[in-house]
Design a protein around this ligand. Structure first.
Ligand SMILES: Nc1nc2c(c(=O)[nH]1)N[C@H]1C(S)=C(S)[C@@H](COP(=O)(O)O)O[C@H]1N2
Ligand SMILES: [Mo]
Length: 328
């Protein structure tokens, strides 16, 4: 059990609960009569249940298995075991701790439609299955790095975001893509917490969205996507901190101005628009120099653009590489 192997001094990134909302949380804790000592330890409480073959009784194997993209066959370390990756998630719609996998099963993913609107030739709404049928599905094994300094390696299944942009046919004035998570407070108890700016929103420049690393995820570990991973459709941007990789996407809008994200609305000086991984630019409250592999507990050095500089550094050429802007 890695959580018992870690010495206490390594628990810091959990204790700081970086993505908590101080205002709201304080109010809640005050109402519950809890003091500071109770903060942030919720995610450490549950150990992985022993002896269970898989974490995911709700997902179906995808047959035949989609081809693996040879450019993303090796992430430098083995994929994180499914039972670990699928039980350590950030999905605030289901709670502000990591053990939301059981609760997330309440998410209704069928039927599911995606709205494509804004500055496009013709706005439309498309069923998830229809969208899948039009997209080239592949598997890629990539690193996934949270701003809280934990990381994993996941075999995602999905299609390049660029293909969806092509289908949407944005007009020349479109400069950014804005993504919105489903709003379903009945299934998502977090969305009943009114101090958060629901729905979860994220954004990219059009150049970022059409680079080959930007990936729309529709499956993982050979199966249809786990609800806790953001079923049925989520983004994954391996060169950026995990909060950019928005889950359970309901609407994709092509816009002119830079969208303001969920976390940017809450903490603009800590979670900015770019959020590119950089070991040399610390978060305001902790270092980003290394990260903790959630399966092994090992600390490993963080790499510029999470090790994907060759693929994406050109997107930022000529932009000010000094200062915090590109990195937070
Ligand atoms: N809608 C939504 N998307 C989200 C989040 C969230 O809370 N809600 N959390 C983000 C954060 S902080 C991270 S690190 C990743 C976590 O993805 P994972 O649970 O698949 O590892 O999802 C991101 N996408
Ligand atoms: Mo994150």
């Amino acid at each position: 059990m890695f959580i018992h192997r870690r010495p206490r001094w390594r628990l810091s990134e959990n204790r700081v609960t970086p993505e908590s909302v101080y205002q709201g949380r304080r109010a809640v804790l005050a109402a519950l009569g809890l003091g500071g000592a109770a903060l942030g330890l919720a995610g450490l409480g549950a150990a992985w249940p022993e002896g269970e073959a898989g974490a995911a009784p709700f997902e179906a194997p995808i047959a035949p298995p989609p081809p693996r993209n040879p450019a993303f066959a090796d992430a430098g370390r083995p994929p994180t075991p499914e039972r670990i990756a699928a039980r350590y998630n950030n999905f605030y719609e289901f709670g502000s701790h990591k053990q939301i996998h059981a609760r997330a099963q309440a998410l209704v993913v069928d039927p599911w439609t995606i709205v494509i609107d804004g500055l496009v030739d013709k706005p439309f709404e498309i069923g998830f299955e229809d969208l899948l049928a039009r997209m080239p599905i592949e598997e890629r094994i990539v690193r996934h790095r949270c701003v809280e300094a934990w990381s994993m390696v996941v075999p995602w299944i999905g299609f390049p975001l660029a293909e969806l942009v092509r289908l949407a046919a944005p007009r020349a004035e479109a400069r950014h893509v804005r993504f919105e998570t489903v709003l379903d407070p009945e299934a998502m108890p977090g969305q009943r917490q009114s101090w958060y700016p629901w729905p979860y929103v994220e954004g990219l420049t059009l150049a970022e969205a059409t680079n080959p690393l930007a990936f729309m995820v529709t499956g993982a570990y050979g199966k249809t996507l786990h609800k806790q991973f953001g079923a049925p459709l989520r983004l994954h941007l391996p060169w950026k901190y995990g909060f950019k990789s928005i889950k359970s996407i309901r609407r994709i809008s092509f816009v002119k101005e830079r969208p303001v994200s969920f976390w940017e609305t809450l903490q603009p000086d800590e979670y900015g628009f770019w959020a590119n991984v950089n070991p040399d630019v610390p978060h305001r409250r902790w270092s980003q120099a290394d990260e903790r592999d959630i399966a092994t507990g090992d600390r490993i050095p963080t790499r510029l653009f999470n090790g994907y500089a060759e693929e994406v550094a050109h997107l930022y050429a000529g932009m000010p590489q000094q200062g915090r802007d590109l990195w937070f």
